[in-house]
Design a protein around this ligand. Structure first.
Ligand code: NAD
Ligand code: UDP
Ligand code: UDP
Length: 343
């Protein structure tokens, strides 16, 4: 005899067990460039519930539109400089404008975001940690590296303590990140909060703000608009660019592992700005001109992460080469600029 009755509802106890295995993850700054790609990846796991807290200063709901309305997803308009009372198991704290144009626009707000925002997230981790074993905090910084000393620095290892000019116009960002790292370690030592610190290096990919002045987004937008690529002098300065999917994988590896960090996450492949311009020209618009323009003071001559620690401790290294990543960005920029490829 086969029963045609529907199976009984799971008991409250079974339901509770099911939910225990689930992970509720907060992503601050989740409407931004890196945060929204992280959300996409976290949402792939059906055990994850994702909450984004963002004030939309540099991010946009558009970056998350495919998740709005999804039962495992929640979007809160929230400024991290205000306390946040929710229940979570993990926090990826990414809220902070990354581009100089935006972080210099309201420097007081930038330093508040870095300092008070991180303090609030640590308070949240402390409170929810009392109830959840897995409460941990992932925090992102880099660019402790902006002073003139940096010009002679080559490979950056995690032992680098940073050397920021405390009274300069970039200090709201650089010093803010340094204080945030201090707060993280003090909460870790004093309150036993589980922490992870990633030092993020230059990242590129779809959903970067088109006019935020960063070099990769500038060159790609210029190539698409048929405008000359503006290489800032001398053009021989180098950067290392990490494709956003590699970055997200690195951040998730760090969160899943046992090491607090700081750990460098970035791509060690090093390019001069002239080489970058030539690659963009060749791949996106062979007709476009390359010109040189004035640079800003204090521009670091070289930046390349040493990722030995990430390789050894996380088993992570980037996979996407610059020449493969740039075309992936082109499509997204063309869509948003409404300019299709010439036949
Ligand atoms: P982004 O500007 O695209 O994203 C930041 C997000 O934070 C945005 O959605 C913005 O609206 C939000 N935000 C800013 N202030 C906030 C506040 N007070 N409250 C709530 N939300 C706020 O930048 P991104 O490139 O995605 O950077 C994310 C993190 O990575 C930042 O901490 C940044 O400093 C760090 N980082 C990025 C890079 C890079 O190359 N993109 C390099 C080093 C470090
Ligand atoms: N906080 C928060 N969410 C919480 C718990 C705390 O935003 O769930 C904030 C709180 O408002 C405070 C900060 O985090 O400003 C630090 O909290 P903590 O408990 O460490 O410090 P205290 O409140 O004792 O100063
Ligand atoms: N840069 C450039 N042309 C541009 C924008 C930037 O040549 O249109 C150069 C800039 O001088 C710097 C490098 O690109 O040497 C990276 O600048 P970005 O602002 O993207 O990042 P960061 O300086 O933070 O690494």
């Amino acid at each position: 005899h086969v029963s045609t009755k529907p199976p009984p509802e799971p008991s409250p106890l079974r339901k509770a067990k099911f939910f225990q295995a689930n992970m509720r993850i907060l992503v601050t700054g989740g409407a931004g460039f890196i945060g929204s790609h992280l959300v996409d990846k976290l949402m792939e796991n059906e055990k994850n519930e994702v909450i984004v807290a963002d004030n939309y200063f540099t991010g946009s709901k558009d970056n998350l539109k495919k998740w709005i309305g999804h039962p495992r997803f929640e979007l809160i308009r929230h400024d991290v400089t205000e306390p946040l009372l929710i229940e979570v198991d993990q926090i990826y704290h990414l809220a902070c404008p990354a581009s100089p144009i935006f972080y210099k626009y309201n420097p007081v707000k930038t330093i508040k975001t870095n300092v008070i925002g991180t303090l609030n997230m640590l308070g949240l981790a402390k409170r929810t940690g009392a109830r959840s074993e897995s409460s941990s905090l992932c925090f992102y910084s880099h660019r402790l590296l902006r002073s003139t000393e940096i010009h002679s620095c080559t490979l950056k290892t995690e032992t680098y303590w940073g050397n920021a000019n405390p009274i300069g116009v970039r200090s709201c960002y650089d010093e803010g990140k340094r204080v945030a790292e201090t707060l993280m370690f003090d909460y870790h030592r004093q309150h036993g909060i589980e922490i992870r610190i990633a030092r993020i290096f230059n990242t590129y990919g779809p959903r970067m703000n088109i006019d935020d002045g960063r070099v990769v987004s500038n060159f790609i937008a210029q190539a698409i608009r048929d405008e000359p690529l503006t290489v800032q002098l001398p053009g021989t300065q180098t950067r290392s660019f990490c494709y956003v999917s590699d970055m997200v994988n690195g951040l998730m590896r760090l969160m899943a592992g046992d090491n607090t960090g700081p750990i460098n996450i970035g791509n060690p492949g090093e390019f001069t700005m002239l080489e970058l311009a030539e690659n963009v020209k060749e791949l996106i618009n062979p007709e476009v001109k390359i010109i040189t323009v004035e640079n800003t003071p204090d521009d670091p001559r070289q930046r390349k992460p040493d990722i030995t620690k990430a390789k050894e401790l996380l088993g992570w290294e980037p996979k996407v080469k610059l020449r493969d990543g740039l075309p992936l960005m082109e499509e997204d920029f063309r869509d948003r600029l409404g300019i299709s490829r010439k036949k």
